[in-house]
Design a protein around this ligand. Sequence first.
Ligand code: FE
Length: 205
Amino acid sequence: MSIISPSTNPGRLRSFIHCLAVLLDDKPTEDRILCEGGVLLRQLIAVDDWLPDACAQARPERYQQYLLHADSSERFSVVSFVWGPGQTTPIHDHTVWGLIGMLRGAEYSQAYRAADDGSLRPEGDAVKLVPGTVEAVSPTIGDIHRVRNAFADSVSVSIHVYGANIGAVRRSVYAEDGSSKPFISGYSNAHLPNIRDRSIELENL
Ligand code: FE
């Protein structure tokens, strides 16, 4: 019987990172990345036993974004977003492909599109993401949205994968009148989780 605690099973994240890197080695189209990468992300979030507790901590001042892994060539990054009660992002873009998988709780993603007068208008209803849901963004399929925790009284966690080291990408936040400001998000954590120590897993084989 395994003695691995519910939040310290890094094998699932390690496997996801490996499989995504193998997919990207094939230099796939964006369509294929979103489709096959989405399948991999759905598998990753299907079981909630691997996210380190340190990367699931909400803070009252704002939502948190913890870097879990950055590819050595910065082809992709994996980030846990932790939403405190009622927390929301500004309207923002990504400039690269992204996949969002809901792990705990729920969130709403509202897409925006530029109107003829340059202002930003909501496009359709907000999409509700629940555990197991995967959503995609990119400049080709729709890149501007606002995300908020669906709950006013509890924490939600989503796992995001982007086609770059997203914390270092020059992006924009928007007002509804269409005006924008540049931003670089950075990350909330100074240290990465150690997913390479296999000793506990090996002792339990
Ligand atoms: Fe986003």
